[in-house]
Write a protein that binds this ligand. Sequence first.
Ligand code: MLT
Length: 264
Amino acid sequence: MIAWIGGRSVGFDDVGSGDPIVFVHGFPHRRTMWASQIGALVDQARCITVDLRGFGESAPDGAMSMDSYADDVIALLDERKVDRAVICGLSMGGYVAFALWRRHPERVRGLVLIDTKAGADTTEAADKRRAMIEQAKQRGSAAIADAMITGMVGKSTRAKCPEVVDAVHRMLESAPVPGIVGALEAMISRPDSTPTLATIDVPTLIIVGSEDTLTPPKESHAMHQAIPGSRLEVIEGAGHVSNLERPAAVNHVLSEFLASILLA
Ligand code: MLT
């Protein structure tokens, strides 16, 4: 579906009923990456997915930063008349979840942090992103997809599930260049969220693929140590997009977590 918010198109879906959970995709993804989670959870929760500015069906207008992405999510929640929701972010979606927690904690019922990390970019990482910006501008999204696919998907998935690798590659190459460039700039300038972790006082589930090389399990262990009362689940045999690589395993822990929140 499309909402018009502030004169700008925002791609989203809103299905199911009950307590809401909002799914925020990573880079350079789109909201359709959550299809399996929606299918599994729709009888348990109101599931809202959103395309971040410049991805999927959301227009690329305006400046992009983790703060502006977070405010876009809140604008969609306002439009959907949702006061408070569990925020589930994968990778860059996790960076957005941290910004959302800093800026709008009263809107956050719980957090699910999937294949993400708290730290800001190192100088080397920022330089790599600048090179990627040039690559995207000169050679387009397909070049970005080719460069990213190996890191995006775990080695077990690459060996055993070529159809998943193909589907992820198609998603990456369909990302619009303005969205890619805006997100890379936003990630370069994102703050270190490490100090934020100790402030999180809502139920938090951390999920990571055991074969994630982009945001490796040690990053999730560090977040787990720093977020009071958080729960950590390692998904064996999954890489950086664990929800696409081992959807049943991710859906199971998500469902358990939501049940524990809804009963609490
Ligand atoms: C993502 O999947 O969102 C990106 O890999 C995050 C990043 O590059 O830091």
